[in-house]
Design a protein around this ligand. Structure first.
Ligand SMILES: CC(C)(COP(=O)(O)OP(=O)(O)OC[C@H]1O[C@@H](n2cnc3c(N)ncnc32)[C@H](O)[C@@H]1OP(=O)(O)O)[C@@H](O)C(=O)NCCC(=O)NCCS
Length: 177
């Protein structure tokens, strides 16, 4: 937590504080448009293997253009960021890009925090936001063997379809019954 008079990166403006969710030591808040540093900080905490899974290929750095694109927030782009108490840096990001009644999602959790339920919490919050916005299905590309990602996708919707194309599997998560 931030000390008195010090900005808390998890809640560093009134708007973010009002829209944030907190459970089990994890604060989830929406990314603000252009918050490049937050996106870069989570990327910096991913090891090579996690980067391959997230971006479907090796990625040693994000270009300025990629950072700008990943930190865009507008009517079609919605991003959630996760913070853990006692750690000033963000630990996870989940993003959604809307296309009509469907939206593509992607998520990443810092290596040191994987396997603690953070990905699930963020993806569930993102799915709840999607439902509230009238989105009926989520799509996600999972590369290679990634049981946690598949398990997480299965847990956030009512149905799950998969179409494998070589190394990539395209998943469709149904949000309505
Ligand atoms: C995939 C990822 C986001 C999952 O986040 P996480 O915080 O590590 O995962 P969680 O602890 O929330 O667990 C998610 C689910 O995976 C399951 N799980 C965790 N480790 C597992 C493993 N080794 N094998 C099988 N299932 C596993 C959990 O039981 C949980 O299932 P549930 O939701 O049904 O309870 C995270 O591992 C990550 O960032 N990976 C690299 C990037 C990536 O793969 N992104 C996804 C593609 S866009």
């Amino acid at each position: 937590m931030a000390r008195r008079g010090e900005a808390d990166p998890a809640l560093d403006d009134d708007d973010a504080a009002m829209q944030s969710r907190y459970a089990d030591g994890l604060t989830i808040r929406p990314l603000r448009n252009g918050e490049v540093g937050t996106v870069a900080a989570v990327f910096a905490r991913l090891g090579p293997a996690a980067r391959v899974k997230r971006f479907c290929g090796a990625k040693s750095r994000l270009s300025d253009r990629e950072l700008e694109s990943l930190s865009r927030v507008d009517a079609a782009h919605h991003v959630l960021v996760g913070f853990v108490g006692g750690d000033p840096e963000p630990v996870a990001v989940a993003r959604l890009v809307r296309d009509g009644a469907s939206a593509e999602i992607a998520f990443e959790v810092a290596d040191a925090y994987q396997g603690r339920g953070i990905g699930r919490a963020l993806a569930s919050a993102l799915a709840a936001d999607a439902r509230a916005a009238g989105i009926r299905e989520l799509t996600a590309t999972v590369c290679g063997d990634n049981p946690p990602a598949v398990s997480l996708l299965r847990s956030i919707g009512r149905s799950l379809r998969a179409a494998r194309r070589g190394w990539e599997t395209e998943f469709v998560v149904g949000l309505r019954g």
